[in-house]
Each structure stands twice: as C-alpha cells, then as structure tokens.
Design a protein around this ligand. Structure first.
Ligand SMILES: Cc1cc2nc3c(=O)[nH]c(=O)nc-3n(C[C@H](O)[C@H](O)[C@H](O)COP(=O)(O)OP(=O)(O)OC[C@H]3O[C@@H](n4cnc5c(N)ncnc54)[C@H](O)[C@@H]3O)c2cc1C
Length: 457
C-alpha cells in the first residue's frame, strides 16, 4: 500500500539516499533538484570531488541496500601518510583492527548511483533543474522555478524534507516557524582543489591506501585517491595574512609557495598554476539552527541544511547519512507517525549535529598541527594500548567518530575525559617504555564508565 507523499528539496547525497530509503518503505517520493541531472551533464572541476566514507555512512547505505552498487567505487584508506618538510614520509594507521578503514569515494559517482537507485522505484519522481525558491508552511506549498524555462510553479506537499545543503532555501522558514534562529560561522580558511594525475601507465603516484597530509601548522594540503589513479588534492589556507589566498595572486607566487612548502606534491601536479586560477576557491562554515522541525510536524531539515560542518573530520556526509538511518528507526518506533517522529528526531540529532560540528573544528588543528607533535603521537600509542587492554571501556576518539556509531555528543564528552586521562597518565614521559601500562589500564578502568550501547537501526 502506498503511504503519504514525501517531497524532498535537494537531490544531493542526503536527499538521494533519503529518496531511496523512503520509496523502498512504500512512500511516494518527489525530489526537486536545482542542478541538471548529473548523470547526463559533466560536473565542473574543483568542487569536493571525493569524500571519505566511514562506518556511519556505510551503515546507512547498507540499510538502504545500496552497498553492492557503492562497494566498487570505494578505495580503502588505512591511515594518514604524513609528508613533513625535510623528513621521510611517515604512515600512521587510523585504527588497529583490519576492518578499521575509511574509504575514498567519488562524490558524483556516489550521488549518481543513488539517483539511479531512486529512479528505479515507480514511486519516485525526480525533477532536475528545479529550484525551490520559497516555502509556505501554512499552506504546505513550495514555490519552484524551472532553470530551463524560467517558469514558476507551486507544489503542494504532505511532508517536506529539506536536504538542500548548507545554503538551504527552506531552512529559514522552518526554523522561524518554530520561533528559532540559525547562524553560519564562517571559517577564516578557504579551500582549493587540484588534480594530481595518474602516472604514465595509469599508476598511483602516491600510496593509494593512505589519506595524504602535508601539515604546515597554520595550514595544510591533503590528497585522497580516485579510481582512475589520480588524487584530488585540497589546499586549506587562510583567506588573509601571509601565506594566504590573498597572497597567491599570480602564477609565480603560487609556484613558489607550493615548491617551497610541498615540493614532493608540486612535482606531481603538472597543471598546478593553471588549475589554481581556473578552479574555484571554496568557503567553509558551520551552520547551527535552534530548530530543525516545523511545529506542525510536517517539515524537517536534514543533512547540511540542518548541520553543515567544516570537512576536517570527514563526517558531513556521514552525519547526513546517519540522519537518514535515524529517521527510519524513528518511523519504525512511532509506526510512521511523522508528527511524533519529527520532534524526536530533532531532540536526538541536534545535540549530535552540534557535537560533530565542534569535533570537526577541533580536528583541523589536529590535522594541520598536532599530528606533528611527539606528545600527540605518544597519546595515540597509549590510546591504542588501552583499547587493546580495555576494549569495552577505552576507544580512541578518532575511532569512536569514524569506526563506531556511538552518538557524537557522547564521543565529544568521552573524548574530553579520555584526553584528560591520557595527559595525566603520560605526565612527563616521552615514550611508552617509560609508562607502567598495567597501572595505566587499572586507572582508566577506575575512572571511565563502560561505553554506552550503540543505537540500532
Ligand atoms: C571540501 C569538502 C570536503 C568534504 N569532505 C567530506 C568527507 O570526506 N566526508 C564527509 O562525510 N563529508 C565531507 N564533506 C561534507 C559533505 O560534502 C556534505 O556534508 C554533504 O555533501 C551533505 O550532503 P547534503 O545532501 O546534505 O548537501 P549537498 O551535498 O550540498 O546537496 C544539496 C543538494 O541540494 C541542491 N539544492 C540546493 N539548493 C536547492 C534549492 N533551492 N532547490 C533545489 N535543490 C537545491 C543542490 O544542488 C545539491 O544537489 C566535505 C565538504 C567539503 C566542502
């Protein structure tokens, strides 16, 4: 039996996944997507070409039955490859179990697979080149503009799910209808994507199973592998100051900056200067809203529309996918009663959205700076040791975010407690050999509660 109709604004990563999940559940789904159908039109270069997919995202894709199509797109990454200036490259594993991997995946390919799966349902209608330009929550309508003809139209909805990203056209109306407000906190660093191509025989020119980082304290370069042997390289750098995007105004300045700071990468990026000026410079921000659901119980924000975050923990998409899984869990729990589901979804997910936003901001400092410090490396070794001895009690913070489904707000609190404990246990030691590991484990067991059960959906 067909259930209510759900209208989804935004057919990006989260909207596409949601449309697959809801149509398989028996809902009629109508998606309005501003862009053209990406399966028919080439995607412009320089806009977050690949992403890190981790446990939370994989779990949601599994729930949607999409992993058979997604798996061939994935390149496992087992750890960070640090490219420190003047030092040999150093590999640092992310986890300590064979399955503790993250995966590089192409954004357009992942989105395309999901759109094709969505379209395979007779209950789903995808409308491309259709921009939502307004919403009337009282009348339950959205206003649309065709980007092909300019024609304006009105669409009535039963249920409205807004997955139209960080610059959501629907957010303001939903948040204000609940008497709330929202903010975007802009980062003072921007980003630029470049291509490090495959070698002459199509081979990877850097280790294929690492996420490469060139940490330079105040800024950094990273690289993630693509299926064709290339890497997408991203520079994260201050807007102003020296060095900054403001100082990289001509090809010579760009060349000199890269050649001095990232000599190994520079040698592998033949079109560096041209790409630098052709590709857009992206801005980064954190969106926080006081409300995600309309008080009428029929309109909801999910994904970046609700909680856009900076990309330094590789969790924006993963968190958005987790939103989708959580929505399904609540639909089960409340027998599809959306007016009960929506407030509960907001109550559960908003503290998690805020927590992963904070964790992502913190991880920028870790990636560009702390990874170079001896103390950070020692804390990581001790964390792994405690996890081996006390797997029910101690899980390193990075592993809690990337390899587990522990709610982000628990990870944040727990991460802070663990950080204090590691500092205390290490004291002035400079290597693991100087520590009494048995006593450290006893102390950890005494001070930390066992981890909470992970929510199931
Ligand atoms: C540089 C960078 C690197 C990142 N790396 C990672 C990573 O490694 N791992 C990770 O998990 N996350 C990462 N992210 C975050 C990730 O990209 C986002 O969290 C994710 O794309 C959110 O998905 P979404 O569907 O909510 O929004 P989006 O992907 O932004 O999709 C929104 C969709 O809505 C459409 N739309 C917008 N406005 C309208 C409108 N008015 N009407 C109709 N349609 C509209 C858009 O065209 C788009 O298709 C990264 C982000 C950036 C910027």
């Amino acid at each position: 039996m067909q259930k209510q109709d759900v209208t989804i604004v935004g057919g990006g990563l989260v909207g596409a996944l949601l449309s697959v999940m809801l149509s398989r559940r028996g809902y009629g789904v109508t998606v309005f997507e501003k862009r053209p159908d990406m399966r028919k039109v080439k995607i412009p270069a320089g806009r977050s070409i690949n992403l890190a997919l981790a446990q939370r995202g994989i779990r949601a894709l599994t729930t949607a039955g999409l992993m058979p199509q997604v798996e061939p797109l994935l390149i496992p990454m087992a750890g960070r490859m640090l490219h420190d200036l003047g030092k040999p490259d150093e590999f640092s594993p992310y986890g300590q179990r064979p399955e503790e991997l993250i995966y590089s995946v192409s954004r357009p390919l992942l989105n395309q697979v999901m759109l094709t799966a969505a379209e395979s349902s007779p209950r789903t209608r995808l409308h491309f080149d259709s921009e939502c330009i307004g919403v009337n929550l009282a009348e339950k309508t959205i206003q649309l503009r065709s980007l092909l003809s300019g024609e304006l139209s009105t669409h009535s909805y039963d249920l409205l799910l807004a997955t139209d990203g960080a610059n959501s056209a629907v957010r303001d109306a939903i948040v204000k209808s609940a008497g709330g407000s929202w903010t975007t906190e802009w980062l003072d660093h921007d980003y630029k994507e470049l291509c490090l191509p495959a070698g002459p025989t199509g081979e990877y020119q850097l280790d294929q199973h690492s996420l490469h980082i060139w940490p330079r304290r105040g800024y950094m370069l990273i690289a993630l592998p693509n299926l064709d042997g290339s890497f997408t390289v991203t520079l994260f750098l201050n807007k102003q100051g020296d060095p900054s995007f403001a100082t990289l105004t001509d090809p010579t300045a760009v060349h000199n900056f890269f050649a001095t700071q990232f000599p190994d990468a520079t040698a592998l990026i033949p079109d560096l200067e041209a790409e630098f000026f052709e590709n857009p410079t992206g801005v980064l921000g954190t969106v926080r809203a006081t409300h995600w659901a309309s008080p009428t119980g029929d309109a909801l924000l999910l994904g970046d529309a609700a909680h856009a975050i900076v990309p330094f923990h590789g969790q924006g998409m993963n968190a958005g996918f987790e939103d989708c899984g959580e929505l399904l869990r609540l639909l089960d729990q409340h027998q599809e009663n959306w007016s009960s589901v929506l407030p509960e979804f907001e109550a559960i997910r908003r503290p998690n959205g805020n927590a992963i936003a904070d964790l992502a901001l913190e991880n920028y400092v870790t990636m560009r700076d702390s990874v170079l410090d001896k103390k950070f490396q020692l804390k990581k070794l001790l964390g792994f040791e405690l996890e081996r001895r006390l797997p029910e009690v101690f899980v390193p913070k990075y592993s809690m975010v990337m390899f587990r489904n522990i709610p982000y707000h628990v990870v944040k609190r727990r991460g802070e407690e663990q950080e204090r404990l590691l500092d205390e246990l290490i004291g002035s030691a400079s290597s693991l050999d100087e520590l009494d590991l048995a006593t450290a484990a006893t102390t950890a067991k005494r001070l930390l509660q066992p981890l909470v059960a992970e929510p199931q959906y």
